[in-house]
Write a protein that binds this ligand. Sequence first.
Ligand code: HEC
Length: 140
Amino acid sequence: MIWLRLTVLVTLLSACTHAIVTSERQPAQSLEYRSCQPIQEQMIQVRAVDFGRLEKNFKNVKDNVFKNHCASCHFGPDAYKPQLDDYTAALEYVDLNSPEKSRLLQSVEKGTMPPSYPLTNRDRAAVAFLRAWVLDGAQR
Ligand code: HEC
């Protein structure tokens, strides 16, 4: 009798384990996967910018670098300085005599801006475009 009970117990247990394993194998139904999706889509959008075709000017830097990574803190007159949607304000953080040392470039390349993640890991092309624009004289 004990053997029969044990067999039933083992069968039930393995059925449960199987159910758990199978449900874990279906990522489309897991909450974690669904909450990741918008972030992934956003990252794909950011990656889709073809910087090679963009002219190096402030509008393109603003719309394709700052807007994606800096806007939440640096756009608008009440935001943290530098106000990156304003050419004159942004230029105060560019050193035209030694562009390499510009705070605008340094803060990004050293990974202090954006504060939450190093942009060099997230969007290398955007950093390269920012660098090219600054070194080219930060044209309007
Ligand atoms: C989550 C908010 C946030 C984001 C996003 C952000 N910054 Fe900042 N940034 C700050 C804060 C806060 C300061 C400090 C402001 C102060 O001290 O007045 C700052 C300061 C700066 C400074 C001046 C300080 C320095 O290092 O010389 C620069 C330049 C700068 N940010 C560039 C950027 C750029 C470029 C991006 C986007 C690639 C960016 N930031 C994204 C919050 C942010």
